[in-house]
Design a protein around this ligand. Structure first.
Ligand code: C2O
Ligand code: CU
Length: 476
């Protein structure tokens, strides 16, 4: 393989400080041969899209109904969940860049809800968040309508009572394809989640000091709404996995035994060039788009393992566990496909002359009450950060606490400029990043002409719910 080694494995003694362990950039000479039969193993039913790449943009229209649902996540095991269209995850929305999405949403829950389109650059009044939309009351309806301007993997979830509505199963993926997609044998969305149950097997009660502080982590590990599945693959085939961390608080550090991932992109779409990685780290809200060339002999298997990962303050994964198992069929192996050649021009934002603003994140525990802060204030009593459309913003995100807080910005992608003063070499577009304990991360973004009050917050749902949420007041 024509791989050029550019970077050694970074800081092997503290791998948890890195989003991805890059081992090389791939430089390849020829395009892949087309193969028949790309299909996915996700359990969510795909929404048919008529995206013909040469044709004019399509309108993708669907009904989405949020309703109570008995969630059977393994044979004989179920909980009282909530679902979109009676499916957990909700239907995968597949589209092509430039398509228009029209969602006729109905709320059949007994509590108000909304849909937030995490990562999609929607008009402000379609964002489904506080200040963008009144929650849809029980029995109510709302029509979401917007175009999908960017290629990538996105997801949708409620922006009301998130810790409970999302734990009960309200989430789904959005796949937006571009004009230059790599040829693969199988493509799947991989939504990661966990459930916290009580001794009787029902959902454990919500809240409590420990859960509010650390976030809700469960010991039932789910992929696409099912318990640790075994995935049948063909030896030699190329799989594309679009990971979404849909969990409340868990950060996943994933390794596939005997394999290296080829990372195509992250939150805001493709990277400038694909990169090899031995492990992937996903904080809540994060996405990673990767290729896996299955190097198993027929009938052999390999686990996808969540490795030990400490997210600070005594939180995290302290014993590895299997997320899923790849099991090769007895079919003769397919011939390996050549490396992917796709590139994307990703210009760094010009930040000269821009005065950075400091945005701090903190928590306190006093008299048995935990409080979360953004710039010393607790949502909803926060002072909005004022900004003007088209003006580049440079923010220093400063975590004053010992625990990771995954930062998510609504509406706009940002580039990470530096972490603890160390410059980040090649820019990518992100909407979510893990802000490690006591870390300082400099980001830049240029809000385009979509004024409004946009939210930013920690994506540990219990923290956002507890007030670790701020506002960006964008005006013309
Ligand atoms: Cu996925 Cu405001 O969040
Ligand atoms: Cu947090």
């Amino acid at each position: 393989m024509s791989a050029v080694r550019l970077l050694e494995i970074l800081a092997p003694r503290s791998p948890m400080r890195r989003s991805l362990v890059l081992i090389s950039f791939l430089v390849a000479a020829c395009g892949p041969a087309p193969r028949e039969g790309a299909h996915g193993w996700s359990s969510a039913a795909p929404v048919p899209s008529a995206s013909d790449r040469s044709a004019a943009p399509d309108v993708i229209e669907l009904d989405l109904v949020a309703a109570p649902h008995v969630w059977t996540f393994a044979p004989g095991r179920s909980i009282d969940g909530y679902a979109y269209n009676d499916s957990i995850p909700g239907p995968t929305i597949e589209a092509h860049v430039g398509d228009t999405l029209v969602v006729h949403f109905r709320n059949e829950l007994s509590e108000p809800t909304t849909i937030h389109w995490h990562g999609v650059r929607v008009p402000h009044d379609m964002d489904g968040a506080p200040h963008a939309q009144e929650p849809v009351p029980p029995g109510g309806a709302f029509e979401y309508r917007f175009t999908l301007p960017d290629e990538g993997t996105f997801w949708y979830h409620p922006h009301a009572n998130e810790p409970e509505q999302m734990e009960r199963g309200l989430y789904g993926a959005i796949v937006v394809r571009g004009d230059d997609e790599p040829v693969v044998d199988t493509e799947s969305v991989v939504l990661l989640d966990d459930l916290l149950l009580d001794a009787s097997g029902a959902l454990a009660p919500f809240g409590g000091l420990l859960e509010t502080h650390g976030g809700r982590e469960g010991d039932v590990q789910l992929v696409n709404g099912a318990l640790t599945p075994s995935i049948a693959v063909r030896a030699g085939e190329r799989q594309r996995w679009r990971f979404v961390n849909a969990g409340s608080a868990r950060i996943y550090r994933l390794a596939l035994e005997g394999h290296t991932f080829t990372v195509l992109g992250s939150d805001g779409g493709p990277w400038s060039v694909p990169a090899s990685a031995t492990e992937l780290v996903l904080a809540p809200g994060d996405r990673l788009d990767v290729l896996v060339d299955v190097s198993l002999s027929p009938t052999a298997s390999a686990p996808l393992v969540a490795e030990i990962y400490e997210r600070g303050h005594g939180q995290g994964v302290f014993a590895p566990f299997d997320v899923l198992t790849l099991s090769a069929t007895s079919d003769t192996p397919l011939e390996a496909l050549p490396p992917v050649t796709r590139t994307r021009v990703l210009e760094p934002l010009h930040v000269e002359g821009v005065t950075p603003r400091e945005i701090t994140f903190d928590e306190s525990l006093e008299g048995g009450v935990i409080t979360f802060f953004v710039n010393g204030e607790t949502y909803p009593d926060v002072t909005p950060v004022a900004a003007t459309v088209n003006e580049v913003q440079v923010w220093d995100l400063v975590n004053l606490s010992e625990m990771s807080h995954p930062f998510h910005l609504h509406g706009f992608f940002f580039q990470v400029l530096s972490r603890d003063g160390v410059a980040v070499a090649s820019p990518t577009w992100e909407d979510t990043l893990e802000l490690h304990g006591e870390e300082r991360v400099r980001i830049a973004f240029r809000p385009d002409d979509r004024p409004g009050m946009w939210m930013f917050h920690c994506h540990i749902l219990e923290h956002a719910h507890g007030g670790m949420m701020g506002m960006l007041e964008l005006t013309r």
